[in-house]
Structure formats: structure tokens, C-alpha cells
Unconditional design. Structure first.
Lengths: 111, 114
């Protein structure tokens, strides 16, 4: 089967840098996606890593190491609005074009 | 352009009643997904459509749940004989072509079964 592990909660202060880790177990790996969800809102796509290395998009970066079955989302210059839940996801191994999501990490940013 | 829309935004129903939830995906998106999310929990996959076909219905919790998609566009999720444990937010998402990893979500339907 497939499994993804994320910390349940991470806390940080405004202006800091925070890293949200995701380890996965899956066969037929096709890349790691990250989504953000604010309370009461819908998930929004943040990034996708198909290959090893770091992808940067503004204050957010995402990293993947396929050999370690590990990735992380890095948020820099934290703002209060970054308080949200963050989900990592991998492609389903049954060959369908759908995602299996992790349980999510709740990020709390304090002043 | 328009995003994914869902209706109704909120639905309160009595136990035992049937409900229909609607999803309008982004125009041209071939893949459509239904998820369920309980308060503070993760995303529970329900069903996935590619065009009008549903290659994967493995997430439907019971035979009270069914879904269809017509014209490669609008989808309806139907829950028959609702139970209190069906109370949750039902989210629909769509994606284009091979970009399954980049899903666009609708605002969800909050279902409350009393």
C-alpha cells in the first residue's frame, strides 16, 4: 500500500523559516505535490516535484529526495496568513491519475 | 477563467433523506475527483472520473453513495438514506490532461445530517 507521514502540527513566529517534512512509502513514484488549506477554505496547489532537488516559488520552496523517499516544504519570511494546513500527496499506485494525500500538517504562525 | 464551483454551499438534511451535491469543473478539465473531509481531518478520496467514466470508485463508503458525470463536465454525488456519520465537507476537484498532480478544488458543500 501507500503511506505518507507528516508532523501533525508545527509552530513558528512571524518572519521565521519553517520546514514541513513528508516521508512516503509507495511503489511507482511519480512525484510529490504540496497543497495549502486555510481553515474553512479549499485546498490550493502549491508545488510539484518530479525530480530530486529544490523548486522555489517566491517565499515557498519544495524539496525532494527520491532515494530517501522524503520531501519537505520550506516557508520563508513567515506571515500570519501562512497559518494553514499543508498536505503532501503522491500518485496512487494503482495506475490511476489520482492523488493520495497525507494527513496534513497544521502550521500556526504567531506574532 | 471560472474555477470549480459546487452547489449547494451548505446542506442540512434529516437522517434518512437523500441528497444530491453538484460539481462544475473547470472547462476542459478531463479528470474530476470527489473527496470528503471531516472537521480537522485529511482528505478522504471518494471517486475519480476520467471523462464520463469512473475508473476508481474504491473510496465510496457504502452503496448509499453514488456519482455520475455527464458530458465530460458536471458531476453529481448522491447520498441515499443519509446518516449522521455522512456529515462532512464534500470537496470536488478537477485537473487537466496529465497534470493529475495539480488539482483545482471547489469551495465544497458542507453537509449536516440531523
Amino acid at each position: 500500500g501507500q503511506s505518507l507521514e507528516q508532523p501533525s502540527e508545527v509552530t513558528a513566529v512571524e518572519g521565521a523559516i519553517v520546514q514541513i517534512n513528508c516521508t512516503y512509502q509507495t511503489s511507482g513514484f511519480y512525484g510529490l505535490s504540496w497543497y495549502q488549506q486555510h481553515d474553512g477554505g479549499a485546498p490550493t496547489f502549491l508545488s510539484y516535484n518530479a525530480l530530486d532537488g529544490l523548486e522555489e516559488t517566491g517565499r515557498f520552496s519544495s524539496f525532494l529526495s527520491r532515494s530517501d523517499s522524503y520531501g519537505y516544504l520550506l516557508l520563508q519570511e513567515l506571515q500570519m496568513k501562512d497559518s494553514a494546513s499543508y498536505f503532501c500527496a503522491v500518485r496512487d499506485t494503482k495506475g490511476f491519475q489520482k492523488l493520495v494525500f497525507g494527513t496534513g500538517t497544521r502550521l500556526l504562525v504567531s506574532p | 477563467g471560472a474555477g470549480v464551483s459546487q452547489s449547494p454551499s451548505n446542506k442540512v438534511t434529516e437522517k434518512g433523506k437523500d441528497v444530491e451535491l453538484r460539481c462544475d469543473p473547470i472547462s476542459g478539465h478531463t479528470a474530476l475527483y470527489w473527496y470528503r473531509q471531516s472537521l480537522g481531518q485529511g482528505l478522504e478520496f471518494l471517486i475519480y472520473f476520467q471523462g464520463n467514466s469512473a475508473p476508481d470508485k474504491s473510496g465510496l463508503p457504502s452503496d448509499r453513495f453514488s456519482a455520475e458525470r455527464t458530458g465530460g463536465s458536471v458531476s453529481t454525488l448522491t447520498i441515499q438514506r443519509t446518516q449522521q456519520e455522512d456529515s462532512a465537507v464534500y470537496l470536488c476537484a478537477s485537473s487537466s490532461g496529465q497534470k493529475f498532480y495539480e488539482q483545482y478544488f471547489g469551495p465544497g458543500t458542507r453537509l449536516t445530517v440531523t
